[in-house]
Write a protein that binds this ligand. Sequence first.
Ligand code: ADP
Length: 273
Amino acid sequence: MTVKKEFAQPSIENDTIESLSSKLFTATNQLFAANQKLQELQRQRSEMLANISHDLRAPITAIRSAVDYLTSGQNLTQEDYHASLMLIDRRTATLESLIQDMYYLFCVEDVSRPIESQTVDAAQFLEEYFYDALADSRYGRHQLILDISENLKEKITVDIQKIVRVLDNLLGNAAKYSPVGSSILLKGVCSADGRYLVVSVSDNGPGIPREALGHLFERTYTVSSARTPSSTTGSGLGLSIVKAIVERHHGWVSCESKEEEGSCFTFTLPFAG
Ligand code: ADP
């Protein structure tokens, strides 16, 4: 004999349906946003690969031409030899710096690689960096100024070497792009809500066109020919490295600039704890 069991249809309240559909709506939106972010990352990666190929091609072509010239069997003078070897030397250095910066950027962006954090006094850290910079020949042709607010008493938990790299890149750019003899100001203050360290590097250089400001930190963005590496512009990845390091420390970067007046790059880091 078979026993028939009857199951009652679960009753679903209207508000349950409403809450479920609202959850579904939120989840769909989140999925859509995640998908868009993924697409944007993929677009950036493709553009970066295109840029890398372009950036590598220029120095390699120059080295290839110089080698072809040296091995062409022509009667070359000592000066010709010297000039070609110097060109090979410079272009090899460009390649080295480009490859080093690319590798560094990949490592910083790889969240599976832990960063080595230490908790240090923010004001003391900036002061020590500043006195090292004063003795550094890279900044010797500029007047460095330090301004640390008196109420900056908090600590930061950071990978010291990486934050030094951020400061080096910002001060390096300020020195590279502003006139010899002009001043570069390194400033450290506490944010108005008391939760963040705000560090800025200001110069009196040529400034940056308004239309470039929103894209400066994108690794795929070019300010005119700025992304083409040379001895004066560097690898073109300096600001992307700055952004990647600061974001790994849960901070953010920004830039204010006026053409003919100068630029001010700022990064903000949460205080320890
Ligand atoms: P680069 O190796 O070319 O300096 P960065 O990523 O550090 O690469 O900077 C990207 C571009 O932003 C530079 O090529 C330059 O055009 C502009 N830039 C950066 N810092 C400054 C500055 N302090 N003053 C003027 N332009 C700047």
